[in-house]
Design a protein around this ligand. Structure first.
Ligand code: SAH
Ligand code: SF4
Length: 359
C-alpha cells in the first residue's frame, strides 16, 4: 500500500491497520497509534513512547503527522474564534469555534469555496473551488484542539462537544471525503463524536442524501430558506434540479430521525423576500409530515450583498407562527463572531482581504 507522506490522518482505522500490517507489524500497534493521534493529539511519532523505536522510524519514513498551517487566528468580542488555514496549494479555508455555556461547537469547511451560488451567501461567490481531502477536514479539528488544549477528553471535559459541517462548501458535493472524515470523527477509540453531535448541513443534493441515508445517520440540517419553488430557485439555485417536493420526499422516513431527533430546517431571514407570515404558515404546513425543527438565521450581511436582515420583531413573529400553526419548534440563531466575519455565510471575506494584503 502506497501512502502519501502527508496523509496519516487521512486513513480510516481499518486502513491504518492494513498499513501497519504491511510494515510487518502486529495489528494492535494500529490501535496504539490511533490513540496517540486522536485521543492524545500527538504531533510527532517520537512522542509515541509505547511504540517501539523501529516502528516509529518506519512510520516517519513513510508518513507524516502534519498540522494545517494557520495563516490567521482571530477572537471575537463574544468569544467566537476563527482560523484561516492555508492548505498545501496555497488555498485558504476557514473554521469557526463557537463556545456556549453548555457546549462548544466547531464549524468546519468541506470545500474551498462552493460551486453552488446561493444568492445570499458569500462563500458561493468564491471563484476558486476544490474539494477538501478527509485529512484537511479532520485537520481543522486537530489544530483547534491544539489551540484549545482539548486533548485527552476522557480525563477532562472536552471543549469541542459538537461538530457542524456549516463552514465553506457543500458537504454532499464532496461525499467520499466527508464520509471518510465522519468515520474518523465517530470512531469510539479515537475522537469519539457520537452521530448526534455531528450535523451535516446541505442545500439539498437529493441523490446524495439518498446515498447518505444508507450509510450513516448523523444529524441533518437542510438549508431550505423558501417555501415556494419560484423563490427557492432564486435563493438556492440547486432547487431547479431538486425542487422542494423532491427534497422533502427524500427526507421522509429518514433513518435515525424521530420525535426526539429531528431534522433541522435552516431558514435565512431576508427582509421583504421570504419573511411574511404567509411564508411562516406555509413553512409549518410543508414540514408538518416530517420530524422537523426550524432554525431561523438572521441574514448576515457581507460587502456587496443585496439583502437586508428582517427586523427582530418580524423574526420573532415568524417563529411564533411556525410554532403555533405547525407545533414545530422554531429557534432563532444568535449571530456569533460578526465582528470577525465568522458568522454564517460570511466566510470568505477575510481570505480575500488577506490575499489583497499579500498581492
Ligand atoms: N453548503 C451547506 C453548508 C454551509 S452554509 C449549506 O448550504 O447548507 C451553512 C448555513 O449558512 C446554511 O444554512 C446557509 O444557507 C447559511 N447562510 C449562508 N449565507 C448566509 C448569510 N449571509 N447569512 C445567514 N446565513 C447564511
Ligand atoms: Fe454553498 Fe451553502 Fe453557501 Fe449555498 S449556502 S453557496 S450551498 S456554502
Amino acid at each position: 500500500m502506497i501512502i502519501n507522506t502527508h496523509s496519516i490522518n487521512s486513513l480510516k482505522k481499518e486502513e491504518l491497520q492494513r498499513h501497519i500490517i504491511s510494515l510487518g507489524e502486529e495489528k494492535f500497534r494500529a490501535k496504539q497509534l490511533w490513540k496517540w493521534l486522536y485521543v492524545k493529539g500527538a504531533k510527532s511519532f517520537s512522542e509515541m513512547t509505547d511504540i517501539g523505536k523501529n516502528l516509529r522510524l518506519k512510520l516517519s519514513d513513510n508518513n507524516n503527522i502534519q498540522r494545517l498551517k494557520t495563516s490567521q487566528h482571530q477572537v471575537s468580542v463574544d468569544g467566537t474564534q476563527k482560523w484561516v488555514f492555508e492548505l498545501f496549494d496555497g488555498n485558504k479555508i476557514e473554521t469557526v469555534f463557537i463556545p456556549e455555556e453548555e457546549r462548544g461547537t466547531l464549524c468546519i469547511s468541506s470545500q474551498v469555496g462552493c460551486t453552488l451560488n446561493c444568492s445570499f451567501c458569500h462563500t458561493g461567490t468564491m471563484a476558486l473551488v476544490r474539494n477538501l481531502t478527509s485529512d484537511e477536514i479532520i485537520g481543522q479539528l486537530l489544530v483547534v484542539k491544539d489551540y484549545l488544549d482539548d486533548w485527552d477528553y476522557k480525563k477532562n471535559n472536552r471543549k469541542i462537544t459538537n461538530i457542524v459541517f456549516m463552514g465553506m462548501g457543500e458537504p454532499l458535493y464532496n461525499y467520499n471525503e466527508v464520509l471518510k472524515s465522519l468515520y474518523i470523527l465517530m470512531d469510539n477509540e479515537g475522537l469519539s463524536y457520537s452521530k448526534r453531535k455531528i450535523t451535516l448541513s446541505t442545500s439539498g443534493v437529493v441523490p446524495v442524501l439518498e446515498k447518505l441515508k444508507l450509510e450513516v445517520d448523523v444529524s441533518l440540517a437542510i438549508s431550505l430558506h423558501a417555501v415556494k419553488d419560484e423563490l427557492r430557485n432564486q435563493l438556492v439555485p440547486i432547487n431547479r434540479k431538486w425542487p422542494i417536493e423532491k427534497l422533502l420526499n427524500a427526507l421522509t422516513n429518514f433513518p435515525g430521525v424521530n420525535n426526539s431527533r429531528r431534522i433541522t430546517f435552516e431558514y435565512v431571514m431576508l427582509e421583504g423576500v421570504n419573511d411574511t407570515m404567509e411564508d411562516a404558515k406555509r413553512l409549518s404546513e410543508i414540514l408538518k409530515p416530517l420530524h422537523a425543527k426550524v432554525n431561523l438565521i438572521p441574514f448576515n450581511p457581507w460587502p456587496g450583498s443585496k439583502y437586508k436582515c428582517s427586523s427582530i420583531d418580524v423574526i420573532n413573529d415568524f417563529a411564533t407562527v411556525v410554532c403555533k400553526d405547525g407545533g414545530i419548534t422554531a429557534t432563532v440563531r444568535q449571530p456569533r463572531g460578526q465582528d470577525i466575519l465568522a458568522a454564517c455565510g460570511q466566510l470568505k471575506s477575510s481570505s480575500i482581504k488577506i490575499k489583497e494584503k499579500i498581492n
